[in-house]
Design a protein around this ligand. Structure first.
Ligand SMILES: [Fe+2]
Ligand SMILES: [Fe+2]
Length: 396
């Protein structure tokens, strides 16, 4: 047996921690966890690493100037050698984590669009908001929803922006028009990520991008990484169009359900993010269909339609998986005998090691486990009944 086992993820964790420094701002905090001797954590830590790979590709600045100046931590965060390490790791992580999620497409794009529109229109109520309506601790469940959705929504459209640069004819200008809506049409207060921040603050959450990264569970990271895999690889261009096709259409409905839920149960919460999408994504859906899907298939033929369908199907599966997981975690928490609801501890404070429901929970003894932004399990063994991709953190 080899005495020295080289673990590139552990090396990466060490170099990311060093670059982040002892008290990083959320923007320049690029740390990941260590799987250590718990093999059930490997997928989670790999997803964290892939998230760091993707997020190193765009500009992040802290909300406030760091005491020692912004330049030194920024240059450390975007250090070329570290970016090269992340870029080298990325294809392997993508092949292992994302490629198996990507279905192949088949069929005719126009027929697919018609069927998709009909299916989404006829879709019954949103399962999560239906659960919330009957839940006793609905504000706690909603807080966790906001945190688990924040890896994407606090930088909304930064992934899809990467698919807009280039030179690819008329559909490019249509996708750019959608992008500028996402960015508030140049008005910062109307930028979708800024509207999302306001909803987070309504639930007493910190609104810094990645402020809650230690609480993002495996499924939250999977959805984030699947979207970035699409848009950070130009070879996926037609699948990106499929993502937009499905996402804009599904979002009209889900944001309408959330908007109604907030108005009914949290009338003081800032719901503009959801109200805006329930309206504007009707237009975005038409723009994607009429100005991207239809002309691209007309110009390049059925093989492009197949790719668009593949992208839409990947998106549909990823949304469904993330939604079912989030609901499953909430239901498990609501059923756990030792559950105590409460906001997560101070953001960015690194608390204890992560565990999965398959970890050796008995070995934790009397330790308590924080589950996302829901609250604490006073009996660690209760975590065994949670969905497999749930992540808890052991509290001291
Ligand atoms: Fe948006
Ligand atoms: Fe949109």
């Amino acid at each position: 047996m080899n005495a020295v086992i080289h673990d590139p993820l552990a090396d990466l964790a060490a170099s990311l921690a060093e670059a982040s420094g002892p008290a990083p701002s959320a923007a320049f905090d690029a740390r990941i966890d260590l799987a250590g001797d718990d093999p059930t954590l490997l997928t989670f830590v790999k997803h964290q690493a892939l998230m760091r790979c993707y997020q190193a590709r765009y500009v992040l600045l802290p909300d406030q100037a760091p005491a020692g100046g912004v330049l030194a931590p920024m240059l450390r965060h975007y250090d070329e050698a570290r970016l090269a390490t992340l870029a080298e790791l990325r294809p392997r992580l993508e092949a292992e984590l994302i490629a198996p999620l990507a279905p192949s497409g088949e069929g005719d794009a126009a027929a697919y669009v018609e069927a998709m529109l009909a299916e989404i229109r006829e879709n019954p109520e949103n399962a999560f908001t239906a659960f919330l309506a009957g839940a006793e601790q609905r504000a706690d469940h909603y807080r966790n929803f906001l945190v688990q959705s924040s890896p994407d929504l606090l930088a909304e459209a930064s992934a899809s922006a990467l698919g807009v640069v280039g030179e690819y004819g008329e559909p490019q200008s249509a996708l750019f028009r959608i992008l500028i809506d996402e960015f508030g049409y140049g008005s910062h207060a109307r930028k979708h990520s800024v509207l999302y921040r306001a909803t987070m603050r309504s639930f007493d959450l910190d609104d810094a991008y990645n402020g809650y990264w230690p609480w993002f569970d495996t499924e939250a990271l999977t959805l984030h990484n699947a979207i970035h895999w699409l848009f950070q690889n130009p070879r996926n261009f037609f699948r990106q169009v499929g993502f937009l096709l499905y996402a804009e259409t599904a979002y009209q409905r889900s944001t309408l359900a959330h908007h109604r839920y907030l108005r009914q149960f949290h009338p003081d919460a800032d719901a503009r993010y959801f109200g805006e999408h329930a309206h504007i994504d009707l237009h975005h859906t038409r723009m994607v269909i009429d100005e991207a899907v239809t002309p691209l298939v007309a110009k390049f033929g059925a093989q492009v339609g197949t790719e668009i369908i593949a992208g839409a199907e990947l998106t549909k599966a990823a949304f469904a998986r993330a939604g079912a997981h989030l609901l499953g975690v909430s239901q498990a928490f609501a059923s756990a005998a030792s559950a105590a609801y409460g906001a997560p501890p101070e953001p960015r404070q690194r608390l204890g090691r992560p565990v999965t429901p398959s970890s050796d929970l008995a070995a934790l003894g009397a330790a308590r486990i924080q589950v996302g932004a829901l609250g604490v399990l006073n009996e660690a063994r209760d975590f065994a009944a949670f969905p497999p991709a749930a992540i808890g953190r052991v509290l001291a």
